[in-house]
Design a protein around this ligand. Structure first.
Ligand SMILES: [Fe+2]
Ligand SMILES: [Fe+2]
Length: 173
């Protein structure tokens, strides 16, 4: 059985992950509109990853005998200035999410909830990757410096990203 405080915090994290999916879906729309299908693909894969994160928390709450309470999801920003601006925003967002995950770990330690602490460790690692991915693209876009040739080349690279669903038992819905 899960503590009330932990249950609430995990439900908030479901919402934060769904918001992340929403944000990246909006960003994908920008790239589709701008005829950059590779960047749009990267964002669409990101949406799937965030849905998976949300589902992992959702299932975990239920596995621990808690109650899932879905909340309304805030609308993301709907206009963006540039590809670089978007990835800077994505990077800042991931840093914020890392903070949320760290708070959840702190709560698990405080509550002596070892199972929740263990569960959260996957996300601690995942956030290292999430931040590295976003900041890597920020740096590449800075190098491209808005030159169409360089941006198009990056777009081709972004087209190669595929969503890899987790193996059974590894948080699959
Ligand atoms: Fe996430
Ligand atoms: Fe993320």
């Amino acid at each position: 059985m899960i503590g009330k405080k932990m249950e609430e915090a995990l439900n908030s994290q479901v919402n934060a992950e769904l918001y992340s999916a929403y944000l990246y879906m909006q960003m994908a729309a920008y790239f589709k509109h701008k005829n950059l299908p590779g960047f749009a693909n990267w964002m669409t894969v990101q949406v799937q990853e965030e849905m998976l994160h949300a589902t992992k928390f959702y299932n975990y709450i239920l596995d621990r005998g808690g109650q899932v309470k879905l909340m309304s999801i805030d609308g993301p920003p709907t206009s963006f200035e540039s590809a670089l601006g978007i990835f800077e925003m994505a990077y800042a967002h991931e840093q914020k999410v890392t903070g949320l995950i760290n708070n959840l770990v702190n709560l698990a330690i405080e509550q002596k909830d070892h199972a929740a602490n263990m569960f959260m460790q996957w996300f601690v690692n995942e956030q290292v990757e999430e931040e590295a991915n976003a900041s890597g693209i920020v740096e590449q876009l800075k190098m491209a410096d808005g030159q169409p040739g360089a941006v198009l080349m990056l777009d081709r690279e972004m087209a190669a990203r595929v969503f890899t669903p987790p193996a059974a038992g590894a948080g699959a819905p």
